[in-house]
Design a protein around this ligand. Structure first.
Ligand code: C2E
Ligand code: MG
Ligand code: MG
Ligand code: MG
Length: 292
């Protein structure tokens, strides 16, 4: 705390202004500098097939290490980047970095299916998003099939028609499509059936309370069944315990992601992880009923 006081432009107005406004202004000012001065990095979190245990891809998650503020969570800076338009250059940086890193990771695991990047709804809905992405992929020399675009379900609330159109164009391009944080956005099932989504990611909030909440278990089973009938795969995010893992397996969920198997890791660490865990599978334990 003491080292945050003093001459940095973070503290001096926070007494007068609403703290969140001050923080917004501060983050906005710092963000534009951050891209130029290399303060961002990416960590990668693997996801796994719940049957075979194989890694089914890695998700790129942004990290911002500010020289004074320290680690700033993406939950804080992404909304600011969205409101200021900085999300576009930021996001293009993420795609370029992830494309380059994917080539490194393929050396560790030649079967690695894809790298996922999170695209903010505002960026996704911008004009020429798909054309620009195609250009970027050409520039990075990454085949579209190795890129998975994760967009949150909330994109459907903002502009469902544009979402449908863009997703069809993205499938045309050949990228993999995932709907992130599914279950939190109350999206219309009417649109869901029209989307060429490959994967639904069940939001962590349904997993967290699984042991104590029968409603969550029912919702998860419903999502899995619906997704399979729509020819989509299901990933459960935020799996932290053996009991959650076992439940999702029995619920016939396809894939999992979470601290239980792997945390987000810097590039070289995830490369090492992939090398070690290639082909490693979880012991069969479907007979034992998990204690939930
Ligand atoms: P998300 O895409 O839903 O990512 C999952 C978040 O859950 C990540 O938080 C991840 O570190 C965390 N997580 C993974 N497994 C577990 C677990 O077992 N338990 C718990 N408690 N948490 C787990 P993170 O990295 O802080 O990112 C938060 C959100 O920020 C992401 O949610 C995503 O929406 C956004 N974000 C991150 N990187 C980017 C980016 O490059 N671009 C955009 N537009 N958004 C990003
Ligand atoms: Mg995500
Ligand atoms: Mg998610
Ligand atoms: Mg989430």
């Amino acid at each position: 705390q003491a080292k945050q006081r003093g001459r940095n432009n973070f503290q001096w107005y926070s007494g007068d202004l609403n703290a969140s406004v001050a923080q917004f202004i501060n983050i906005r000012n710092q963000l534009s500098k951050a891209i130029e001065t290399d303060q961002f990095s990416l960590v990668y979190q693997p996801k796994f097939d719940l049957r075979s245990g194989q890694c089914t891809g890695v998700e790129a998650l942004a990290r911002w290490t500010h020289p004074v503020l320290g680690e700033v969570s993406p939950n804080e800076f992404i909304p600011v980047a969205e409101k200021t338009g900085l999300i576009v250059p930021f996001s293009e940086w993420v795609i370029r970095r992830a494309a380059a890193d994917f080539k490194r990771l393929v050396l560790a695991d030649p079967d690695l299916p894809s790298v996922s990047v999170n695209i903010s709804p505002l960026h996704f809905l911008r004009e020429h998003f798909v054309e620009r992405l195609a250009e970027l992929l050409t520039e990075c020399q990454l085949d579209a099939q190795y890129l998975d675009i994760e967009v949150t379900e909330s994109v459907l609330l903002k502009d469902p028609e544009t979402t449908v159109r863009k997703m069809l164009a993205l499938k045309e391009l050949g990228v993999h499509l995932s709907l992130d944080d599914f279950g939190t956005g109350f999206s219309s099932l009417n649109y869901l059936k029209r989307l060429p989504i490959d994967t639904l990611k069940i939001d962590r909030s349904f997993i967290a309370d699984l042991a104590h909440n029968k409603g969550d278990a029912a919702i998860i089973q419903g999502i899995v069944s619906m997704a399979h009938h729509l020819n989509m795969k299901v990933v459960a995010e935020g799996i932290e315990t053996k009991a959650q893992y076992s439940f999702l397996r029995r619920a016939l969920c396809d894939e999992m992601q979470g601290y239980y198997r792997a945390r987000p890791m810097p590039l070289e660490e995830v490369a090492q992880f992939l090398e070690l865990h290639e082909g490693l599978t979880e012991p069969e334990d479907d007979e034992k009923r998990p204690t939930l």
